[in-house]
Design a protein around this ligand. Structure first.
Ligand code: NAP
Length: 298
């Protein structure tokens, strides 16, 4: 195994394939004289990362044939005004799904905002109704990054049944849903899952038992080669911009020491080009499901 090259999980290509599938479906919808799916993003303030994320969502929505719009608000918007906007979007029959870009300013209670979203339009899958449905294995919107991760595993044909899966990081938007999904019954699931966090005592020992490791902790190159058994599958969720002396002045790295860990893996996601491209495409998939009322009746 040591000299064998790992299979790189090509998130870019898988995301492109899924976008093509969505585009085809939207073209058929238009051929039938129906309106296209419509995705809205609410953006508060001018945080650079949020701006670029929302503009990518807008661009990619349009690439697959959706209509999309962005509701931009200044940092000073009140919680009440934002709640009223959400109420308006909940009632607008031309809006299939919408997201509220996080983080929100300190004076706004993000929980209150998310709770106000109509679960039928909650394509980020953060509303408690959708989280509850996911826990119960009922059809629901799965948060975009975890959805992207399980789709990568599925589409790469990685065997999961009965495998030990260690997830490092327990955030509500990545680690916890990934751990839950991998432990559910069903094809490409059925793992025995261990969810690690900052209080876990023996991460190295647990990782050494793992057939699949998903790392989402936000610490550059945290997972080292001596924590990984030969032939393991490693999914790296982290994204970090590290300053260097290159022309660009930085390079991108993940939560995994890719250079050394990859030598031991059967499959591994690169950063960039692994999990990252799957996130927006999963949001598009959720929006198409919302348009088709796949999970909720009218
Ligand atoms: P987060 O909310 O900061 O959560 C980090 C988790 O890691 C927490 O559960 C924390 O434990 C745990 N942790 C921190 N240090 C640890 C340690 N030394 N040992 C074990 N566990 C530790 O992060 P997140 O939002 O899930 O994001 C994680 C990474 O994924 C970040 O790099 C982020 O940029 C990236 N990300 C990428 C995408 C994408 O599209 N590719 C999407 C979302 C996030 P506690 O709970 O005990 O504090």
């Amino acid at each position: 195994m040591a000299d064998k090259k790992p299979i790189l999980i090509d998130g870019k290509q898988i995301a492109k394939d899924i976008k093509e599938e969505i585009k085809k479906e939207v073209a058929e919808i238009l051929d039938h004289g129906q309106r296209p799916p419509h995705l809205v993003a609410i953006l508060v303030g001018d945080d650079g990362a949020s701006l670029s994320y929302v503009s990518s969502k807008e661009k990619q929505s349009q690439e697959v044939g959706f209509t999309s719009s962005v509701y931009r608000f200044p940092e000073s918007i009140s919680e009440q005004e934002l709640l009223e906007t959400i109420d308006f979007l909940n009632r607008d029959n031309e809006v299939d799904g919408y997201i509220v870009q996080m983080p929100l300013p300190q004076h706004i209670d993000a929980r209150k905002i998310v709770d106000k979203i109509d679960p039928k339009k909650d394509v980020d899958g953060f509303h408690p109704v959708n989280v509850g449905r996911m826990v119960l294995s009922l059809p629901s919107y799965i948060p975009a990054t975890p959805y992207g991760i399980v789709t990568l595993i599925e589409r790469s044909g990685i065997e999961t049944e009965g495998k030990n899966c260690v997830v490092i990081g327990r955030s509500d938007i990545v680690g916890t849903p990934v751990a839950l999904l991998m432990s559910r019954k069903g094809e490409h699931r059925n793992c025995t899952v261990t969810l690690c966090h900052s209080k876990t005592q023996n991460i190295k020992e647990l990782c050494l038992q793992a057939d699949i490791i998903v790392v989402a902790i936000g610490k550059p190159e945290f997972l080292k080669a001596d924590m990984v058994k030969e032939g393991a599958v490693v999914i790296d969720v982290g994204i970090h911009r590290i300053k260097d002396n290159s022309e660009k002045g930085y390079h991108i790295t993940g939560d995994v020491d890719f250079e050394n860990v990859s030598k031991k893996c059967s499959y591994i996601t690169p950063v960039p080009g692994g999990v990252g491209p799957m996130t927006i495409v999963s949001l598009l998939t959720n929006t198409l499901s919302a348009y088709k009322h796949e999970f909720y009746q009218e």
